[in-house]
Design a protein around this ligand. Structure first.
Ligand SMILES: O=C(O)c1cc(=O)[nH]c(=O)n1[C@@H]1O[C@H](COP(=O)(O)O)[C@@H](O)[C@H]1O
Length: 298
């Protein structure tokens, strides 16, 4: 039987000694040379997709020994059509071959019968868009629409990260509405959905996306979802710091994974070093930054 995703993530974080989730977001306008040709709309789309795939694979190679997992953002690949989707698959395969867990940032969500097809696209190997260990999903359509995703994930030993409260400035208008706020209702749903996936690590395979840009609320979400991994976007480029994310962790320093995309991939833009050296240094800086701020010195 496949080891459940929650246990695999806990083991990977422990092995690499850091809860960093490396974002793979090939923004066309930020790519370094020689990959910047991907932004040229007059160029052949297959070549452009090849360039973004190559960039992400090389970034994986730079960081693979120091991160447990990566999060390729599907939008940056989908914008180049089917060639981009093929590049997404290649990047997922490359990361898995490097021993990393892959969280496909695809933010899917639809009525249950359609959600079932989306879930198969990511978790059912014969049909797989890109072999993902977990994917991000939107809960807006209701709890019933998360069930097909959860079922497919469980069967595959995979996981989900449900959007509970996103990192963007406007997230409060709807997600923060009501008493208790919608985000807390979703958090309760995530807790319930993960109950039957609790692994030996004490973590379930159903996690939650909670923006690191809401530091005051992270302890509340930690309490509402005691067995869920919290995926925290917003560190670095969106302004959140290591201190901001500390409330999302258990006292033993486990239970959350901190995402950073632009802050690592495009670190070269703030300095004068080559892009690989800059990314590597940014990653080392993030590792020590987190180690100094998290409970248990994670
Ligand atoms: O699900 C996500 O990963 C996500 C949720 C959220 O609330 N905010 C958020 O920024 N993200 C994603 O996390 C990444 C953040 O990128 P950086 O700001 O460059 O680190 C992007 O891929 C976003 O799509």
């Amino acid at each position: 039987m496949t080891t459940p995703f929650g246990d695999r993530l806990a083991a990977a974080i422990s092995k690499k000694g850091t809860p960093i989730l490396l974002g793979l977001d090939p923004h066309l306008d930020l790519l370094p040379s020689p990959f910047d040709g991907a932004a040229d709309a007059h160029r052949d789309v297959n070549e452009r997709a090849e360039l973004i795939g190559d960039f992400c694979c090389q970034l994986v190679d730079v960081c693979a020994d120091r991160v447990p997992a990566v999060k390729p953002q599907s939008a940056f690949f989908e914008q180049l059509g089917s060639a981009g989707v093929a590049a997404f698959e290649r990047v997922c395969d490359h990361a898995r071959a490097a021993g990393l867990l892959v969280v496909g940032d695809v933010k899917r969500g639809d009525i249950a019968s359609t959600a079932d097809a989306y879930a198969r696209a990511f978790f059912d190997p014969p049909m797989g868009i890109g072999a993902c260990d977990a994917i991000t999903v939107s809960p807006y359509l209701g709890a019933d629409t998360l069930e097909p995703f959860a079922k497919a994930a469980k069967t595959a030993g995979g996981g989900l990260f449900v959007l509970v409260r996103t990192s963007n400035p406007g997230s409060g208008a709807w997600q923060g509405h009501g008493a208790p706020p919608v985000s807390e209702l979703v958090a309760a749903g995530v807790h319930a959905l993960g109950a039957d996936t609790l692994g030996a690590s004490g973590y379930s395979s159903i996690g939650a996306v909670c923006g690191a840009t809401h530091p005051d609320q992270l302890t509340t979400w930690r309490q509402l979802m005691p067995h869920a991994f919290l995926l925290l976007p917003g560190y670095g480029a969106q302004g959140a710091t290591a201190k901001d994310v500390s409330g999302a962790f258990r006292p033993d320093g486990t239970g959350a994974i901190v995402a950073s995309s632009r802050g690592i991939a495009f670190a070269y833009r703030t300095g004068h070093t080559d892009w690989k050296t800059a990314a590597s240094e940014a990653l080392d800086h993030m590792r020590s930054d987190l180690a100094g701020a998290l409970p248990g010195g994670a």
